[in-house]
Design a protein. Sequence first.
Length: 426
Amino acid sequence: MKKVLVVSYLYYPSTEVGARRIYNLRKFLKDEEIDVTILTVDFTRYAELDESLDYHGEKVFRTPSFGPVKVTKRVMNESFAVGFTRRAAYLLKRLCSQILFPDEYIGWRPFAVAKGIRLHKEEKFDYVLATGRPWSDFIIGRAIARKCNIPIILDYRDPWTADENIFFPSSFIKKISHWYEQRLVRYVDKIIVNTEAVKELFLKHFRHNLEGKIFVVTNGYDPQTAERLEKASVDRGDHTGQGMCRLIHTGSFFESRSLETLIQAMHQLHEEKIIHPDNFEILSYGPLLGKDKRLLQQLNLTAFVKEHSFIPYFDSLKMLCKSSMNLLIVGSGHGSMIPAKLFDYLLARRPIFCVGPEVSEAGKIIKAHDYGFYARINDPKDIAVRLRDAINLYRQGKMQEPLTVPDQYSIRNQVHRLAVLLKGGL
């Protein structure tokens, strides 16, 4: 049986979506007879926790860390004091990120490396698998692998320097990150990325020959969670087209992932008297951006969008099952990536209304499986056309039946690919 040490700052009960990938890797690699040990940080270091998540697993080892500054998520109707404290923490964290390489999580390095070396003396690992971001995981994983003289695999949940759209906190960090990653990919044994588009991006960006060294293992939905949803007998709501057409969004918004152009499209449909507050609404389980709230007020559309606080993961899945359609926003510079949220939306078996860049891996999946509607994020007119089509289909009662979850996007299938790689056969 192969033994793997997974180095990941993120793990349950962190609410960060990257934690789910690592949890699923561990769970399903065990079924493939791969012995996985998780090296992660003490969960008190996470800014947000979901205590409903299963994080008391065997062979999960946690260490302290120097920093980073914890920044909690925005909450609805937060007081001035809470908002001021959150923003002050954000600015301090941002300052640290501008001077610390590769990021503000590097304070975990001394604790993690020492613990990883001790664990190897006991377990005799065959591989170190370091996953990023944060990119400090790569530096830590490489240090452990070199000290213990064992191979290292890098698992990229997102590109680091290969994607020109990636934000860097300072020119210094950007420059040194490019220098370091060019050398890093040369010396590691294997590289994992999560889409074919990112694989092509890597092959073009790095000067080294990565053929035979880089593999695709995507994210995916958990089939066991799908079974749990079915057993829960979730009320999927009225999809006859007679009631409210409701789009549901779960999770955070960011500057590159906002409702701005969708709001502009809604304004057009409101002017055309296609939608009004009695027949169309968007529910967001996660606070809106301030700029989106201001735009809603400016266009007199506040009655159409209702924001709620974040809810636990499984509760969010049950809520998604009740929608007419589920709303997915893909940032304009993130077309080569697939948001992990997409796989949660597949679990809900409701149509997806996705707004994203013209060329998008998420869009390819939605179109290939007729799983909803896709509109260009920088084109409010295109969004209005797609939204009008979607609303018409809903009102005709053509969204009643639950959709079929494509088996190929099961995380179990993807983990099998990783297991073959770890066993030396891929």
